[in-house]
Ligand binder design. Structure first.
Ligand SMILES: NC(=O)c1ccc[n+]([C@@H]2O[C@H](COP(=O)([O-])OP(=O)(O)OC[C@H]3O[C@@H](n4cnc5c(N)ncnc54)[C@H](OP(=O)(O)O)[C@@H]3O)[C@@H](O)[C@H]2O)c1
Length: 268
């Protein structure tokens, strides 16, 4: 029986997508298959997703004209995995593989294929991801809608040109790491001021979540929200003055530029 969707690679990203798609009722369990090469991981997937076909490899019978594939394997194996997908006759492929261009994926298919490339970030694992998508040379707006409907199950989706995926790879891709570094530093700062590590951690993590919720729920700009807590000559102003004098803003500009440039180098 042909499947509506086949996820190739049932690791962290592939299983997060399966979880999101089934919760969103994007498809029935019987319409979804996960192809996973690691035996132990196949067992874990069968337990986690009862009713979903967990396969060691893709067969011709798994695919018909409407079957789509999401490629979720590590970059090292991605082209060889895509070659197997191409041989099965699939005509629509969504890739989450970092740094692999649509042109390189199109080149491994024997006939024209709609390739959509995406750059998600790790919060997709808790369905709060930020993903950008870009279409290859054979992609229609229907194909982009299809890709967006899949990735929307694990967070927000924006559409960009493929050229801009390097900027996304510098910004939202590593942003969890940037923010965790800020969180780590602030927990340490609380400890330096005499708070226990646990109390400091609780205060910082809750403030981080609360600040993010204020941003998304009020719709106010970060500048407005910051000025609301910055009384003239007050404590917050004293703290912000230090951050400005240490050029924290410029450091973020440089960090995103460096990560985007690294993405360009790796994609060459
Ligand atoms: N994790 C993230 O937050 C994140 C963010 C952005 C982009 N991505 C992209 O997402 C992709 C997957 O990342 P991940 O973190 O989910 O990796 P992962 O946890 O290692 O999962 C990949 C899985 O695919 C299996 N696999 C390898 N080759 C296969 C093949 N030919 N057919 C079927 N299964 C195969 C692997 O098995 P083995 O262990 O036996 O190799 C592994 O279980 C990567 O290309 C990465 O660039 C991930």
């Amino acid at each position: 029986m042909a499947f509506k969707l086949i996820i190739v690679g049932g690791g962290r990203m592939g299983s997060a997508l399966a979880e999101g798609l089934l919760s969103a009722k994007w498809c029935a369990t019987s319409e979804l298959a996960i192809v996973e090469s690691a035996l132990e991981q196949r067992g874990a997937l069968e337990t986690r997703f009862p009713g979903v076909a967990v396969l060691a490899s893709m067969e011709l019978a798994d695919v018909d004209a409407s079957t789509g594939v999401v490629l979720c394997v590590k970059p090292d194996y991605a082209e060889s995995a895509a070659r197997v997908v191409g041989a099965s006759g699939v005509t629509r492929l969504l890739s989450v593989v970092a740094g692999l261009s649509t042109a390189r994926l199109e080149a491994v298919f024997p006939s024209p294929v709609a390739v959509i490339r995406s750059m998600p970030n790790t919060p997709v694992l808790v369905r709060k991801g930020a993903t950008a998508i870009a279409g290859g040379s054979n992609v229609t707006s229907d194909d982009l809608d299809w890709a967006e409907s899949i990735l929307s199950a694990v967070g927000i989706v924006v559409r960009v040109t493929e050229r801009n995926l390097d900027a996304v790879t510098g910004l939202s891709g590593p942003m969890p790491a940037y923010l965790y570094m800020v969180v780590e530093a602030l927990i340490e700062a609380g400890v330096h001021q005499g708070l226990s590590r646990e109390v400091s951690r609780q205060l910082v993590v809750a403030s981080f979540e609360g600040s993010a919720a204020l941003l998304s729920e009020t719709g106010e700009s970060p500048e407005e929200l910051r000025s609301q807590v910055t009384s003239p000559g007050g404590t917050t102003a004293a703290g912000l003055r230090v951050l400005e004098s240490r050029a924290v803003r410029a450091a973020f500009l440089d960090a995103v530029a460096a990560a985007a440039e690294r993405s360009r180098q790796l994609g060459r």
